[in-house]
Design a protein around this ligand. Structure first.
Ligand code: DGL
Length: 261
């Protein structure tokens, strides 16, 4: 069945928790007149250590809900959920604007084309395991040394609102301990929670390290897709942001705080 969506309806943005706020801030920056509905699925987090089937089922439920409510598009602001479900979602709902996110490996490699850089990709175990990431790596494998680094346990810090503690510093130091800091050229933050720990990653790796995140590219892609579908808002007043969470109001408060920073 083909649905039509109203151009002034909100855009749904969701993640397994508070991390997708890093994508929402990029969306709101380039589309300030749009209304956004952000849903954090903290009751079901983390996604990254579950099975692909479990996450796919959950993501279908959520996206169907947004679509049924008439939200004009859905941004899957989660690398893990994108790798688990975006392709089957698009096949099931070809009439719906669904935008996913993937680790920003392309700019990390292309900015250093011809130099065979060492690029670490930090992401959840599921993102790194899934075919989508392997296909992405295959595209750049001759242009860079790509080092996938699964980071189970890291998103939990951000979920607690911890973006700067000593425990976080110790956790990230341990994750990155095997690498020679002087030889790593770029580091991709391949989970939407990780941009919130960028300062700690920089403290561990040193100021020379260049970090990449997928939010801005996903925001630009969302604007392109909405424009192509004739669904950009025609209002010129500031849009609204509604935030809900499947676990608690406390998570909503953490989201608001992250959005302000
Ligand atoms: N924020 C999610 C991502 O971008 C993952 C966090 C989780 O494991 O739920 O991959």
């Amino acid at each position: 069945m083909t649905e039509t969506f109203a151009r002034n309806a909100p855009i749904a943005v969701f993640d397994s928790g508070v991390g997708g706020i890093s994508v929402l801030r990029a969306l709101k920056e380039i589309m300030p007149h749009e209304d956004f509905y952000y849903f954090g699925d903290s009751a079901y987090a983390p996604y990254g250590t579950k099975t692909t089937e479990e996450v796919r089922k959950r993501v279908f439920e959520l996206v169907e809900g947004f679509r049924d409510k008439g939200m004009k598009a859905c941004v899957v602001a989660c690398n893990t959920a994108t790798s688990a479900a975006v392709r089957p979602l698009r096949e099931t709902y070809p009439d719906y604007t669904i935008v996913g996110i993937e680790p920003a490996l392309k700019p990390a490699v292309m900015d250093r084309a011809g130099t065979m850089p060492n690029v670490i990709v930090m992401a959840t175990p599921m993102t790194i395991r899934n075919e989508k990431f392997h296909n992405l790596m295959d595209r750049y494998v001759e242009m860079a040394h790509i080092i996938p680094l699964p980071c189970p346990g890291l998103m939990e810090f951000v979920e607690r609102g911890d973006t700067a503690s000593d425990e976080l510093y110790a956790f990230i130091s341990k994750l990155l301990a095997p690498f020679d800091k002087d030889k790593v050229d770029a580091l991709v933050l391949g989970c939407t929670h990780y941009p919130f720990v960028a300062d700690t990653v920089r403290r561990v790796m040193g100021d020379r390290i260049v970090l990449y995140e997928g939010g801005p590219g996903t925001a630009r892609e969302t604007r392109r897709r909405l424009e192509a579908a004739g669904l950009l808002t025609d209002r010129d007043t500031k849009g609204t942001i509604t935030i809900e969470n499947s676990l608690s109001e406390d998570k909503v408060r953490i989201c608001r705080k992250l959005l302000e920073n």
